[in-house]
Design a protein around this ligand. Structure first.
Ligand SMILES: *Cc1c(COP(=O)(O)O)cnc(C)c1O
Length: 390
């Protein structure tokens, strides 16, 4: 408690944190400074994909730490080509730019779309985004984020953004005008409440982009990198974007983001002098990306996610049958949401007291985004606690 008071005095109060101080992690568990063990279904907000303390990851990172941490993007490093190639292989994109975070990758993606339009004919600058979207906290990313309360205190934001509705193609089509340059969306919305898009909707948006020469940007920062049972969600929908934004799980906790581009965008948008980053893609960050990708491929993580993900979904649906407070279960793979008929805060708090870590999404949804290495027995443990909690 004294420690928490000290922390609260020193750091800016932008989060209402849970009253716990974590010290270490092992697999899907976190341990606090009193040695208490917590089952983690949040994975540091869909980040710690390999779970905690993965041996191979730790060894690779330590070795890189000893060798070289930073060079700047004025030079190549040993990891530049292999990490980029790996991420392109998994993501199906043709070129990649590495960043330090999700929001920084969104900024780059928006700039690439603007530059593409500018190169074709100047004056096209507007973006269409979706309600309930979340794209980050920096100005550009905030401008395309669908939650009004996040945006309002910081206006004026980037001009020319309008919001359509998920899975309502007409609502998107109606927003397109001669000044539109791109459409940005999460194939499966995370923070906004776990809302998966339908294939016909994505295909329709793709067709609109092709017809109007708009850049289609997918934000797969949360739903990407194996979470839904394919490396990236777009691969299941089989509707490819022009720009794919990644972060969170790709580094397993080391801060790193990226945006991948199609060849068309890579050769017709950002050029030398247009964009940059000092740290982005430094050797340690790239070591993280390369190692996560290699471990995923070796361990056939996708098969595991499909199996345990469908078990999680079935288990949550079975719980819904017993608990009338549950309104709906939504999601894909290990990205599931349970919408309640009331705000979930008190229940998440109760689960925390029972040593289960859960996070909210939207105004009334509990989000389940565990480490991808989670096993069925952990799902059973979680369901047991959730059952007592609800
Ligand atoms: C987390 C998240 C972001 C922002 O990423 P940061 O690394 O926090 O900047 C953007 N989009 C989506 C879909 C996210 O889940």
């Amino acid at each position: 408690m004294e420690y928490i008071q000290a922390a609260e005095k020193a750091i800016l109060h932008t989060y209402n944190r849970f009253p716990v101080v974590f010290e270490r992690g092992e697999g899907v568990y976190l341990y606090d400074t009193d040695g208490q063990k917590y089952l983690d279904f949040g994975a540091g907000i869909a980040v710690s994909s390999l779970g905690y303390s993965n041996e191979e990851y730790k060894e690779a990172m330590k070795a890189q730490f000893d060798k070289l941490i930073h060079t700047s993007n004025l030079y190549y490093s040993e990891n530049t080509a292999p990490a980029a190639e790996k991420l392109l292989e998994l993501s199906g994109m043709e070129r990649v730019f590495f960043t330090n975070s999700g929001t920084e990758a969104i900024e780059g993606a928006l700039k690439a779309a603007r530059k593409y339009a500018y190169g074709k004919e100047s004056g096209r600058y507007k973006f269409i985004a979706l309600e309930h979207s979340f794209h980050g906290r920096s100005f550009g990313a905030l401008s395309v984020t669908g939650t009004e309360s996040y945006r309002t205190p910081f206006e004026p934001l980037v001009p020319g953004v309008s919001f359509g509705k998920m899975n309502d193609l007409e609502s998107v089509k109606a927003l397109i005008d001669d000044e539109t340059c791109g459409i940005i969306l999460e194939p499966i919305q995370g923070e906004g409440g776990i809302f998966p898009s339908q294939k016909e909707f994505l295909a329709g948006v793709r067709a609109l982009c092709d017809a109007h020469d708009l850049v289609l940007i997918y934000d797969e920062i949360q739903c990407g990198m194996g979470r839904t049972g394919s490396y990236f969600a777009w691969q299941q929908y089989d509707v490819k974007p022009d720009i794919l934004v990644m972060a969170k799980a790709i580094g397993n906790g080391f801060p790193v983001g990226a945006f991948g581009l199609s060849e068309k965008l890579a050769t017709n948008s950002l050029a030398p002098g247009d964009h940059g980053t000092t740290y982005g893609g430094n050797p340690l960050a790239l070591q993280a990306v390369q190692t996560v990708a290699t471990i995923f491929q070796k361990s056939d993580i996708l098969t595991h996610v499909k199996e345990v993900g469908s078990y999680l979904e079935q288990s949550l649906k079975a719980l819904m049958a017993q608990k009338p407070i549950i309104k709906e279960v939504r999601g894909v793979g290990l990205m599931q949401g349970v919408e309640l008929k009331e705000a979930p805060g008190a229940y998440i708090q109760k689960a925390f007291e029972k040593k289960l870590l859960l996070i909210g999404a939207g105004s009334n949804t509990i989000r389940f985004v565990p480490p991808l290495v989670i096993e069925k027995e952990h799902v059973d443990q979680m369901i047991q606690i959730l059952k007592e909690t609800l």
